[in-house]
Write a protein that binds this ligand. Sequence first.
Ligand code: ZN
Length: 259
Amino acid sequence: MTPRRIDAAIGRAVEILTAAQRPAALTGAGISVSSGIPAFRGAQGLWERYDPEEYAHIDGFRAAPEKVWKMLGEMYTVIDGAVPTAAHLALADMEAAGRLGGVITANVDGLHQAAGSRRVIEFHGSFRTLVCLECGRHYNPVAGVLPPAGIPRCESCDIVLKPDVVLFGETIPVRAQEEALALAAAADVMLVIGTSAVVYPVSDLPLITARHGGRIIEINLEATDLSRVAAVSLCAPADEVLPEIARRVMDRSNPLCGR
Ligand SMILES: [Zn+2]
């Protein structure tokens, strides 16, 4: 997109968000890339070195959890070194200013919470807690991310714990799914950031907003299937355009500004 078209699209996004009563956001891997977390797919992705069928499938974990923890250790090191991006911070600022009802995320890195977002629906779970597949007990080992020291086991069952993320072959947690559907249906604007929104059921969420009469503002490096139905489609880095949009929406929403 040319700078002029980006400016125009930012202006339209600001208009729509300023008028919105119940705006919400949906985020994917694209919002976290500049935080230091590489996308799992692609040249730098973990799936280049670890076969996801073996390492990211629940059957693979059940069969050889110690082996999968080698990959998880690497993943935790990456996540531990990651910091929220300007886009994460902009969403947290909008929520604090009453201009965003919540964030649904397909990410498992916890960076929205680290940025200060309060209502975060983690559609694919989180790396920040662990679960025992035997007794269902959840562990919150440290305040931040678990360091990759050793392989954690359940205190009662002595079996290897699994990060609270949704692996292939597992279903989306029911509560996250219900909350996400309710937020998407109630939203009059859905900001879709850094996701091509092609993987079901995440892909359905913006369409649910649209079916209920809400509008979609898309921020993604490239156009997606969603671009056709979006009111605004910004093909630009979220780190660059979202802070600007957030600042202008919050200024416009403040009755003391421009007096
Ligand atoms: Zn247990």
